[in-house]
Design a binder for this molecule. Structure first.
Ligand code: AMP
Ligand code: MG
Length: 397
């Protein structure tokens, strides 16, 4: 059995960043920049007024000195106005600061009489002027390759002057659920039947991580049906199955996959939940066979699938690890690396769920963190520090 770190390394190194594609700004949120974006010019491109008022020479703007208003410049006006000694120009926020002037007298501080104005107070040069390049200079690299674009960064990209962005193509990931007992939510269920929660959970995870899930449906536990579903995987960047990975008579993924040309990299890892994980290649398509129990599928999704997707997007596949303090003692750990559902209970303390059965999706959905305990971890006292995976952080999209 492989340890978790080795299995992660084997999976992650099987993926390379996908090629780039161009998308318009409107479709860029959450996408990963493949190329940096630099400013096409200074912002602002010339000195502009920060306020509504009058462009003046600061030395002229003092009480008792009337100035003649010689022109008007609003935002968007290409100004040909020039302000000389004893003159001012009406200017609005975002309007170009006219040649000859060096400050803005805000309108609240101006006395107006016909076409003349007078400052109520003296002002200093540069007041309320936004100099050329205040925000950034031409050529400034505002967005680096590898940026996962947020709304603010999309605003910045637009400001920098690009309408289209070069981003990594979204990984296309096929999902096959397996099991005679599985139905879609909403169907009438016999007591021998359950809904395929994994299909929906894994698809949502993939979307959050920036991939495009392609639901290939539920395969019955018979070789013909599973083989037909596996045959639909051609052209995908990754195929993910859930269930049928274990040692039971009805666990068909390795057997039927083998008949379809599966080259197995490994099967089984030293982990709980998630021991029967499968990784290999079906023709050209990498195949990740997740265990069927929903908690096992989710934890293996977080520990392995997330990193594979991040590699396809050119991002760091490492799981961000944090620490937490235990509210209660924990006994000595098991032989395998153990991922335990836990909740934050305040004061920085976390409390592990009393039952950790891998079928119990409700306790996972209500958990805040997974406590990660290495194989044969020593017993811990209440208050001890442990490594945790913050679920909200790793599932954020
Ligand atoms: P298996 O790995 O196929 O033996 O499945 C292990 C357990 O997970 C069984 O109790 C299955 O009913 C359950 N299971 C398998 N696939 C799913 C799924 N897609 N959604 C919810 N539960 C599942
Ligand atoms: Mg099954």
């Amino acid at each position: 059995m492989l340890d978790v770190e080795t299995a992660q390394a084997r999976i992650f190194q099987a993926f390379e960043p996908l090629p780039a594609e161009l998308v318009p700004l409107q479709q860029a949120r959450g996408r990963v920049l493949a190329e940096p974006v630099a400013a096409s010019r200074d912002q602002p491109p010339a000195a502009v007024s920060a306020m509504d008022g009058y462009a003046v020479r600061a030395v002229d703007a003092r009480p008792g000195n009337w100035l003649e208003v010689v022109g008007e410049i609003a935002a968007g006006s290409p100004s040909a106005v020039r302000v000389g000694a004893g003159e001012a120009a009406r200017v609005f926020t975002g309007g170009l600061v006219p040649e000859g002037s060096d400050a803005i007298l805000i309108q609240e501080d101006a006395a107006v009489e016909g076409s003349r104005i007078q400052a109520k107070e003296t002002i200093r040069p540069g007041l309320f002027v936004r100099p050329q390049g205040l925000d950034y200079r031409q050529g400034w690299v505002g967005l680096d390759a590898g940026t996962v674009l947020t709304p603010l960064e999309i605003g910045l990209a637009a400001s920098l002057g690009t309408a289209w962005l070069s981003v990594r193509r979204r990984p296309r990931v096929g999902l096959i659920a397996t099991g005679d007992e599985l139905r879609l939510p909403g169907a009438g269920l016999g007591t021998h039947e359950i809904t395929s929660s994994n299909s929906f959970m894994l698809a949502a995870m993939l979307e959050a991580w920036g991939a495009l899930p392609v639901d290939l449906g539920i395969a019955k536990d018979n070789p013909t049906d599973l083989a037909a579903k596996l045959a639909a995987a051609g052209g995908l960047d990754l195929l993910v199955t859930s269930g049928g990975a274990s040692v039971g008579d009805h666990d068909l993924v390795r057997r039927v996959g083998g008949d379809a040309g599966l080259t197995l990299d490994f099967w089984k890892i030293r982990m709980r939940p998630g021991k029967p994980l499968i990784f290999g290649r079906l023709g050209l398509v990498p195949l990740l066979g997740l265990p069927g129990n929903p908690v096992s599928a989710a934890v293996c999704g977080i520990v392995f699938l997330r990193g594979a997707i991040r590699r396809l997007l050119g991002l760091d596949p490492a799981l961000p690890m944090r620490t937490g303090r235990l509210a209660q003692p924990l006994p000595e750990g098991i032989e395998r690396q153990d991922y335990q559902r836990a909740r934050r209970i305040g004061d920085g303390l976390i409390e592990t769920a009393s039952r950790q059965d891998s079928s119990m999706l409700a306790t996972l959905a209500k958990a805040d963190v997974l406590v990660v305990r290495p194989p044969r971890a020593p017993a811990l006292e209440a208050g001890a520090e442990v490594s945790v995976i913050d679920l909200a952080a790793v599932l954020a999209g």
